[in-house]
Design a protein around this ligand. Structure first.
Ligand SMILES: [Zn+2]
Length: 149
């Protein structure tokens, strides 16, 4: 559950809607009649400009578990999400979604996070990402991650 950023109502399904050029996380009621960028529901029922752009492959190639990397780095620095959000001038709710890997951060934000937390989030090119011999427990890790959320 989270709060709709427009009316404050608690909502199970949140939509990212464009309201006067600002991305807001809103409840289904408030989402009506707005330009929807993405929805929390399963799959990508709605295709917004952002989704179309991502499919083109313009965005940064993020590492697999960028969300966890951000979270761990932040926790290592004992930095509350709120503080990080203020530091890089982003919405706490949005960062929360990035950490949960429910949304892909735009490149500008990725750069800011990398700088602020001293981490690498961009996948280095051509290191044979799909075949990494000898890494065990990759499946288990993925399973754990899905299991917790
Ligand atoms: Zn609402």
């Amino acid at each position: 559950m989270e709060d709709c950023e427009l009316c404050g109502r608690q909502t199970e399904i949140a939509y990212v809607a464009l309201v006067e050029d600002v991305e807001l996380r809103v409840c289904p009621k408030c989402a009506k009649g707005k330009k929807i960028i993405s929805s929390e529901g399963r799959g990508r029922a709605q295709k917004g400009a952002a989704a179309a752009k991502a499919e083109k492959g313009d965005g940064p190639a993020l590492i697999e578990d960028y969300g966890r990397t951000i979270k761990e780095a932040r926790e290592r620095l004992k930095m509350p999400l709120k503080v990080l959000a203020e530091m890089i001038n982003e919405k706490e709710t949005f960062l929360n979604r990035v950490e949960a890997q429910r949304t892909t951060p735009p490149e500008a934000l990725v750069r800011k996070l990398e700088k602020t937390l001293s981490i690498k989030l961009i996948e280095q090119e051509k290191i044979g990402e799909s075949r990494r011999p000898g890494i065990k427990g990759e499946k288990a890790t993925l399973g754990d991650f899905i299991g917790t959320k």
